[in-house]
Design a protein around this ligand. Structure first.
Ligand code: URA
Length: 186
């Protein structure tokens, strides 16, 4: 375990723990305020993220930022955002089990340093890896589960909301529930 985020980031930048290091342009470590009460976890960087070295900066990320702003959350201020894997899976395929296993230590260390009250999983890949392998986003989104001393919730991945905009109101409701929970904890 690294005891500072910068030391951890430096370790991630040099990581060759799986084959994704061969095709990446940048390691996408994470962004936001490490002192936040809430942490968002996506699947893995896409093309824009790989090129810019920052998570959720493409179209899906822009939608997510807009929805988060609606409930008073932003990466500039009060959340931390990262992914299950820190390097882009080619063609945006799902990360493989071995890739998630090779990368999970970085995520664990990030959670250890941030100590968030709530962890929000964006989409099936993160929710299945972190909440329940049988997690069904359409049925279980917006429910808070207590796990290992954290509250965890799974919601729609913003890329899924771009593909299926009819689900946007439900996605927003999940964030409103998150806001209410954070307000109760203050
Ligand atoms: N999708 C993700 O899961 N993560 C990103 O950083 C961008 C798109």
């Amino acid at each position: 375990m690294y005891e500072t985020m910068e030391a951890l980031r430096q370790a991630a930048l040099g990581c060759q723990g799986c084959k994704l290091c061969q095709t990446r342009h940048n390691v996408v470590f994470g962004a936001g305020n490490p002192q936040s009460q809430v942490m968002f976890i996506g699947e893995g960087p896409g093309e824009n993220e790989d090129l810019q070295g920052e998570p959720f900066v493409g179209r899906a990320g822009q939608l997510l930022d807009k929805m988060l702003a609606h409930v008073g959350l932003s990466r500039q201020e009060n959340l931390y955002i990262t992914n299950m894997v820190k390097c882009r899976p080619p063609q945006n395929r799902d990360p493989e089990k071995e890739e998630v296993a090779a990368c999970i230590g970085f995520l664990r260390n990030q959670v250890h340093l941030i100590r968030p009250k709530v962890i929000v999983c964006l989409g099936r890949v993160a929710a299945c890896a972190l909440i329940d392998p049988a997690f069904k986003v359409t049925r279980q989104h917006g429910i808070f589960y207590e796990k290992n001393g954290f509250l965890m919730m799974g919601t729609f991945h913003p890329a899924a909301l771009l593909r299926n905009p009819r689900q946007k109101p439900e996605g927003l409701e999940d964030l409103i529930a998150l806001r209410q929970l954070l307000d109760r904890q203050d």
